[in-house]
Write a protein of this length. Structure first.
Length: 152
């Protein structure tokens, strides 16, 4: 396994967990129109993502998300990257999280056809390297849905 690199926040990224985050974020944005998580804490043992949505997700909805992510993992698709200009990226992505002073060329990470987004993080080469995805808990409070997940 590759050694995790240090990201801009000086935290070690764990590529399987970071790639699983992409899968969950992409599906949440598609299903619920909430965009990607506005707050994320991604670590090796467990991770959490927070979304603004109008109502709590049901147990069935959470199970369905878990099944979706695991089906993407089992599909064993390639995780690839492309480099495009910021002008090109503006036509395809929300640029609000791009740091000030970012270069004109940005990196887009693709997880097969399941997800694509701007990202500077580390990832697995194929989804089969992620392991089993499990939503371990969730809570809804004040319009925020938190999803906590682990990899088994």
């Amino acid at each position: 396994m590759e050694r995790p690199e240090l990201n801009e926040h000086n935290k070690q990224e764990y590529p399987p967990m970071h790639t699983a985050e992409h899968l969950l974020n992409g599906e949440m944005a598609r299903r619920y129109g909430c965009g990607r998580a506005f707050s994320a804490h991604v670590e090796r043992k467990k991770s959490k993502l927070d979304y603004h949505i109008p109502a709590a997700l049901t147990d069935d909805a959470l199970r369905s998300l878990e099944e979706y992510v695991n089906s993407a993992i089992e599909a064993d698709v390639a995780v690839t990257e492309e480099f495009i200009t910021q002008a090109e990226a503006m036509e395809r992505f929300d640029m609000s999280r791009l740091p000030d002073g970012a270069s004109d060329t940005v990196r887009v990470v693709h997880v097969g056809d399941y997800d694509q987004c701007l990202c500077a993080g580390t990832h697995v080469g194929r989804t089969s390297e992620i392991g089993r995805f499990r939503i371990s808990s969730s809570r809804y409070q004040d319009g925020v849905q938190r999803i906590v997940f682990k990899l088994d």
